[in-house]
Design a protein around this ligand. Structure first.
Ligand code: UTP
Length: 497
């Protein structure tokens, strides 16, 4: 059996993976074989040929690209009645327990450079709550509001799985019901050098890395998470990234639009701040919603404007989605397309109105990323490369959008949904995110009738923190604030819980 695997690697031109075999202990050999068993040699060869050897990229074709239509916020001219209907539909789904939260937390977080799972990173300005705690409290708050505790699925990686689970145990699951918090690992892909050879990380291990957030769809299936959802009556997943504590993880309006439009995968957009902002663009191609990355769209196209001066391709993707359980299963190759029973029969104004059940098994494309991958030299000595020495292959979740029937995009206010922590300093850092949290609280206080002094950017000089269990949006904050018979003094360090 072992010999078989080694032979397979040799005949695929990957025999070097076992170059140090004679020097390895029995345990190291077992571990190496287990890793080798994870590798799909044919897939690796195909990806090398198509993405590296042929110098092509998985970049999108720009043929016939149009801006994707989206549901505008009522305050931006959208139809308030539709938003109210959506809210009611989303709330009904939450009351019947159809919705689960889904966090993708398997990334390597290299830019942040924090030692530990990113979700354990401290992010609130006063209490120093971790990202995971913020989400846990938002999820608990929504569960209370709708009278149904919410299941939470968390995708980890091989590298951070144990540490993530241990953190939750140490924190007593932040008071959540343990039976409703589900961790599962995402898949891994081998990194190859520029000749297609699988890189060794050490003499006894391969350079394996997580297969991208798009790997979440197959990981949901492989791990049995989709079956747990089915058993628990969950058919809709609210998808968000681990690095964005501002996200409304459970947003009834978003969920409601998704359900009312019979969408299989929906997205939130924010207007780009300018043509140079580095976010993906929601577009329409052959009648299907897709995301074209900023690196794949020519600058001239990003600069195109409408008659009113707004950007033509101005819908920025912020990686927040609602995904149908059965769509995830189909994308994972675990089932065939289905007809959506309640989908509209004619095109909806502003919607796509396309019902095209797919019967073939769809597949996400891989993207290549050239990276500096720690490896070993011919003698087995460690090498820390100073320039990219190989390629990693990753799947992106938004590549599933064109396969989704009736996919819709809705607008959201950036300040209330998006402030990611990507970098140690500068843009999208802990500092900018804490400031955005403070600005949000200043706005909520103002909406509730109490003004705190703020600067020109809306940033208050006082640090105030609000527990999501007190209020998690302007409306719930105002309700809670109004319930306080004696209003707390607004001062630096105030914590509302
Ligand atoms: P990023 O694209 O920011 O990647 O992930 P990253 O790995 O976290 O950070 P860098 O690029 O190394 O600095 C966006 C979201 O997708 C998740 C991340 O955990 C984050 O929530 N993700 C990314 C996964 O779950 N798995 C992956 O393989 C990649």
């Amino acid at each position: 059996m072992n010999q078989n695997l080694i032979e397979q690697f040799k005949s695929a031109g990957q025999g070097h993976v076992f170059a140090f075999w004679e020097q390895l202990t029995a345990a190291e050999r077992t571990a190496l074989l287990a890793q080798a068993g994870e590798v799909d040699l044919a897939e690796t060869a195909r990806l090398f040929q198509s993405l590296v050897a042929s110098k092509a990229s998985a970049g999108s074709s720009l043929d016939g690209l149009l801006p994707a239509p989206y549901e505008q916020l009522p305050e931006k001219g959208g139809d308030a009645a539709s938003w109210a209907q959506a809210r009611a539909a989303g709330e009904a789904a939450l009351r019947t327990g159809r919705v689960a939260a889904f966090t993708v937390a398997g990334g390597q977080g290299t830019r942040l450079g924090y030692d530990g799972p990113k979700g354990t990173f401290v992010i609130t300005p006063i209490k120093g709550k971790s990202l995971f705690q913020v989400f846990a409290e938002k999820i608990a708050a929504a569960g209370r509001r709708y009278g149904r505790p919410i299941h939470w699925f968390i995708m980890t990686s091989h590298a951070n799985h144990e540490q993530t689970e241990t953190f939750f145990v140490e924190q007593n699951y932040f008071g959540l019901d343990r039976a409703r918090v589900h961790f599962f690992r995402q898949g891994r892909m081998p990194a190859v050098d520029f000749n297609g050879k699988i890189l060794l990380e050490t003499k006894s291990s391969l350079a394996l890395s997580p297969d991208g957030h798009g790997g979440s769809l197959r990981a949901l299936h492989r791990s049995g998470a989709l079956d747990i959802m089915q058993r628990e009556g969950v058919d809709v997943l609210s998808y968000f990234q681990v690095d964005n504590p501002l996200v409304r993880c459970i947003d009834p309006e978003f969920i409601g639009f998704h359900l009312l439009r019979g969408s299989e995968m929906s997205s939130k957009m924010v207007p780009k701040v300018g043509p140079e902002e580095k976010v993906g663009h929601f577009c329409l191609q052959q009648g299907r919603v897709c995301v074209v990355e900023y690196s794949d769209m020519p600058v001239a196209m990003q600069q195109l404007t409408n008659a009113d001066g707004s950007l033509k391709f101005g819908s920025g993707s912020i990686a927040i989605h609602v995904i149908d359980r059965e769509f995830a299963r189909r994308m994972a190759g675990g089932g065939v397309g289905r007809v959506i029973p309640n989908a509209p029969k004619t095109p909806e104004p502003g919607g796509l109105g396309i019902i095209r059940p797919t019967t073939e098994v769809p597949a996400l494309p891989f993207h290549r990323a050239d990276k500096k991958i720690p490896t070993v030299d011919a003698s087995g000595a460690p090498v820390k490369p100073e320039k990219p020495n190989g390629v990693k292959f990753e799947l992106f979740v938004f590549d599933a959008l064109p396969f989704a029937n009736n996919s819709i995009v809705i607008e959201t206010a950036r300040a209330d949904d998006f402030s990611p922590v990507k970098n140690a300093t500068g843009v999208d850092s802990a500092q900018t995110c804490r400031d955005d949290q403070l600005r949000q609280i200043a706005r909520w206080l103002k909406a509730a009738g109490t003004t705190v002094p703020v600067d020109a950017t809306g940033l208050p000089a006082l640090r105030i923190e609000v527990s999501p269990l007190f209020g998690y949006d302007a409306a719930s904050f105002t309700e809670a604030w109004n319930r306080q018979a004696i209003k707390p003094e607004i001062k630096d360090g105030l914590y509302l819980e």
